[in-house]
Design a protein. Sequence first.
Lengths: 511, 851
Amino acid sequence: MYLTITADGSPTQPATDLGYLLHKHPEKVQDFSTSYGTARVFYPEATPRRCTAAMLLEVDPVALARRARRGNSGPDASLSQYVNDRPYAASSLLAVALGSVFRSALRGTCAARPELPGREMELRIEVPALSARGGGLVRRLFEPLGWRVRAEAVPLDERFPEWGEARCLRLSLEGTATLAAALRQLYVLLPVLDGAKHYWVSQDEVDKLLRAGEGWLEHHPEQALITARYLAYRRGLAREAMERLELVRLAEADDTTVGELDNAVPPTPETPEAPEPETTGTTGTGDTAAPVSLSAHRRAAILAALGDSGAARVLDLGCGEGRLLADLVADRRFSEIVGVDVSTRALRIAARRLRLDRMGERQAARVNLFQSSLSYVDSRLAGYDAAVLSEVVEHVDPARLRTLEHGVFAAARPRTAIVTTPNVEYNVRWESLPAGEHRHHDHRFEWTRAEFRRWAEDVAARHGYTVALRPVGEEDPEVGPPTQLALFTATGPEEPADRGRIDARRKETAA
Amino acid sequence: MTRLAVPDLSLIVLIGTTGSGKSTFAARHFASTEVVSSDVCRGLVSDDQNDQSASSDAFDVLHYIAGKRLAAGRLTVVDATNVQSEARRQLLRLAREHDVLPVAVVLDVPEAVCAERNAARPDRADMPAHVIPRQRRELRRSLRGLEREGFRRVHVLRGVEEVEGAEIVRERRYNDLRHLTGPFDVIGDVHGCRAELEVLLEQLGYRLTRDDTGRAVGAHHPEGRTAVFVGDLVDRGPDSPGVLRLVMGMVEAGSALVVSGNHEQKLGRHLRGRKVRLAHGLAETVEQLAREAEADPAFPARVAEFVNGLISHYVLDGGRLVVAHAGLPEKYHNRTSGRVRAHALYGDTTGETDEFGLPVRYPWAEDYRGRAAVVYGHTPVPDAEWLNNTICLDTGCVFGGALTALRWPERTLVDVPAERVWYEPVRPLGGESPSGRPLALTDVAGRRVVETRHLGRVAVREDNAAAALEVMSRFAIEPGLMPYLPPTMAPCATSREEGYLEHPAEAFAGYAQAGVREVVCQEKHMGSRAVALVCRDAATAEKRFDAHGGVTGALYTRTGRPFFDDPALTGALLDRLRAAVDAAGLWQELDTDWLLLDAELLPWSAKAAGLLREQYAAVGAAAGSVLPTVVADLERAAARGLPVGALLADQRERAGCAAAFTEAYRRYCWPVDGLDGIRLAPFQLLAVEGRSLAGEPHDRQLALIDRMVEADPGGLLRRTDRLLVDTGDPASVDAGTKWWLRLTGAGGEGMVVKPLHPLTRRPGGRLVQPGVKCRGREYLRIVYGPEYTRPRQLERLRERHLGHKESLALREYALGVEALDRLAAGEPLWRVHEAVFAVLALESEPVDPRL
């Protein structure tokens, strides 16, 4: 990690004053030890006309990895903690080093020359590798502060231009400012730009932010974003990391990025990895492409369908973070509510969202959450009044849909089953969704109205159900509603089969 | 002396007033762990064995313990007064719940004796005087009704002498024939098809005995085999009396066993004079018997005695074989209760009827997970097929199908076609195939222990199973097409060689130390692991692996995900692979119509593109952006006389490392378009029909694969280079080291060293590592970071601990081999999947990911 600060001198103000301000002599090469490795300060150039101070932070990747898994006993960590761009691309770690090596400059004090810190200078700050995705945010953060920003993209590998740009930039800032202000801004904004996780958690981060932001942050147009991102990273990260480890290992075993496996739940406020505003991807999470109200429409439609069915004991198969569960819990018509998901992380979030641990005993007795899978037959799911599969089927490979069908319609065999899924025809109405793309990258397919109807009627016929299809959301005269709902009702005996597997019936020829 | 017979699995309820000597009696006749005492339970919950206010809780505990013991199949004695019918009713319910016979043993001892004994015990001395008389009254009231209450045996011991002189005799249950080891020929539903039965018996090698009129009256096998009939000998067919005569003769001579079918049950009721409807072919039997009685008036009575004495199921051959007419779930094996008998005779009906008006049966066999094979009949099926270690032998002979027998323990089928349709079926033969059924969650979820042949019990932790469940459910292909997942592999011991973290010397030394001389060094291809299941055609894939939609196999990653998102691409690759197998003539040579291969698919960038972009290239890009600037600035500082010489040299070295890093991963990247550019390097043939090849020596394996590679018409396959090394011969070891240096010097990832003979064990008996990897110096930059070769880092990295990784590698290997064994043996899918799932679960165990 490397950063240079260059000051241009004038006849009245020699550039080498920078040395006084930084409290580091221009003719010396000095080493400082910081929590993550050694910071070296030297001056490639030091003349009255121009003076450049350089800080080279050599982080020790092994120490870094060890710190990252603090609290975790085994010799265990993700591979990405060993092989990553941390030692090279400037990030929050550099901010920490700046704060400690140039402490007095940051504070704006200079014992030898007390008049210097208040003086503005012509400064150029260069970071040859800055951890940040895209130049847009960099400009939004630094330009309002008066910097002329140059942010050059760095290609990932010139041999493979199709791989695109690295998530680091070559940054140069030019402008007139006091050195203290410039350093404080860097101190706050480097971590804000850094999309990756932080490796340090400290109790007094708010105080630090307020101190370092004094004089510039309160007027910054992106103040909210800066505050949120600066602080957000520090919350709950250790816990999240622990929860994800098993999946991380499985992803690594398979040469894939963690995100490819650990995506059952979209990033939540606790995992602030939301796409940056300037990125164009709209398929990142849930219904980012949809109007916010669509999921509310969907839940209302499901509740209405459940109401029509008169169900009291309800399964939410694939409950995710439990948004529908919350609605069900609030409705006294439902005496038993079971939320099931294959992702244990989703279930933990659902439990937190429902505040299960703080619910009264009587209330809590109505709700049960557990891990299950529709790829296997789970006898615990048999015998309920209704089962909801809201935005679930499209996450299942077509080849494995028959397993889900068996598990739900033959084995669990609820009296009522409610299935919702996107209507792919409607996708053209979303300008932000590139043509031909799915609404969520984990969708294995999206059906037209005709395809959904065909599937639903086929399933109903094979398993002894009748089915009615309903639109969800505002219906477009041409392409239909954004979401479609199928309401299945068992035609068999009134009592839900307590043993399941009716379609697997083997019939005897003898009495 | 009074001998009290009790079944060896029963719930024995002692009945007697306080002071009657129950505990003494129990202690004398039973092991202390077989006895559950209410006094002890009272003590457990209240610290006072005589605290009557704790009785309710104490009996909860007593019932719980007794229930656990009975569930585990252990004889249990309840030591409590049990003089009240309510107390006994609860115990009778417990016995029924666990399908064991309840036995009452009454200790009828005079009041004075009881009172005297109590008075001698300090803890009971102040018991109110009315207690014993009251209990005696209750006891006397109970005595007559015990059998009616539901006790299957009642033993009453009157007086102190009888109590003291009694002896308990444990009797084997009627259905327990575990001591008979056969060999057996289990024969399906005969239904009066005498002619077909005679042909079948002769085909099986039995010699028929005939009477003067030429009627078969018995049969025996010269090798002493025993025929076992699954029931339904009678009704519908042309000669039920003839079948009975033959089978009864065999049973009398000890050459056959018969379990009762529902038709025998009904015939027995008819012959006992009960009113039964003469339907479902009974009328024919009754008529045939009446004709028979004209010549042999005693025959119906013999038949009645025979059918009324039939047992509803047998457990044979050390518990490995269970025969019951309509099948039997595991919890009923060797149990004795009305519902066990009902299931054995009729199966588990759901109470519904189908469109033909026939009862709908619950498919118990789909849920069956027992280790004992269950052989049954009752429901006509087009073909006898194994499902979850159960098989139905009723191939509908009387309906024009066939009469089928299963040879045990050979597990081969023998059948004789029906001479004609003797009886029109209500519903056409055939029906839904049991395939395509999902596995049960209980086959994989939660903490589990998988028994492996080579490493014993391998445990899976709950957290790991939960993670595996998510990945298996959301991303993996269908379990049927994924009969194997590859294990992880440990690296060789850490090298002290300057500049190296891994070096062949350690690999060879490690095996030499384990007593393994012959090893094979295999070139390690740097791509992504791929398992290929290639079938000869779609029909094979459907029949053997329950595939559907016309797929001809599968190509999947180490976590069971499809290698390509596009099924058409998978299909195209399998086509090319199949062409190579065709051309090499391996189908015939290996006598199979499918192959399972372990392979590496190249280039790395084909599958790991995301990882390359997000992780590896990102490092190179950042380093390439920052280090040249640092070096240039340091050069300027040096030029103006600052003492940065050492620092500059250092940073130049870093820049060199970073460039080497980029070069290292670039070697494994090249563009692909569809299958163009894709190479598959198979390095192990895992299994073919009926055979696991995991134990084949690696040179033989590779020779077979070489033939595929040579015959490959499409240029898909890549050869795996290899060298045999003798770890005891310094020259050979030296050659191996040079070979590795050449391989890795040319950009190769490195090599894997394996014992030439898989499943080799150390002198002490423990399995040696199935292979160790020895990775090249440059390749390891990708794993340990660009600058790992700098001496300070290397020194620290040498403190790596391999123990856990080695243990994990062995466990996963044993599970993988276990899955192949189970697959080859034709075991049920859940058994194969259990081992495969465990491999995935173990992959999520915490271990240093760089190893």
